[in-house]
Design a protein. Structure first.
Length: 90
C-alpha cells in the first residue's frame, strides 16, 4: 500500500517519530506508547520507499538517557538503510 502510494512521487521527505515503535523495541523515546509497531514493520515501510529519491530525512524522539542502546541502534540502522537505498540509485 505504501509502495503504491509513494510511486506517484519522485522526491520525498521522510520524518520518522520513534514513538511509533513499541517500547519493547525502542525504550528510549520521549513518549513511549504500548502497542506500537515492531521495528520489522517500520523497516518494511522504509523498504517500501525504495525506488524513490529521499531528499531529506529526520528521526525524532530519541532520548538516549532513557535508552539501553536499543533505540539508538534502531535509529542508526534506519539512517544507514535510507542512505544505502539512495546511494544504490546513483
Amino acid at each position: 500500500m505504501v509502495k503504491d502510494f509513494m510511486s506517484t512521487f519522485d522526491k520525498i521527505y521522510v520524518s520518522i517519530d520513534l514513538d511509533v515503535l513499541d517500547p519493547a523495541f525502542a525504550p528510549g523515546v520521549g513518549n513511549p506508547e504500548a502497542m506500537g509497531i515492531t521495528s520489522r514493520e517500520l523497516f518494511d515501510m522504509i523498504y517500501a520507499l525504495e525506488g524513490n529519491t529521499i531528499r531529506c530525512m529526520d528521526i525524532v524522539e530519541l532520548c538516549p538517557q532513557y535508552d539501553n542502546g536499543a533505540t539508538a541502534s534502531v535509529a542508526a540502522k534506519l539512517m544507514s538503510e535510507v542512505i544505502a537505498m539512495n546511494l544504490s540509485r546513483k
